[in-house]
Design a protein around this ligand. Sequence first.
Ligand SMILES: [Zn+2]
Length: 116
Amino acid sequence: DTGHTFLFTLNERYVIDANFEGNVARWINHSCVPNCRAVVEENQQGRRREDRVLIESLREIAAGEELTYDYGISLGERLTPRLKKIWECRCGHARCIGTMLKPKRKPVDRSKNGTT
Ligand SMILES: [Zn+2]
């Protein structure tokens, strides 16, 4: 209800709740024009519980600059003004779309993992 979460969808089966033994990455904020991205690295032995989240930079980042990534939150329901307000984005970028919500989840392109 607050739009504040430390949950990260790891894969179809597991969600990371960074409130429990989460590291400092849980403090990385969302931005509509981020300087990082979150990439899920699948466990090579197929143990989905051991998939990992990597935060990769998308460009050079100056010392002291805040790290951000696009949360890409998809609730699987119609985006009402109420939901957009709950999940309001305050990234402050000139191209901010005003919400952290995505209209519809796009299929994950696994072929791009590990190419950078
Ligand atoms: Zn924004």
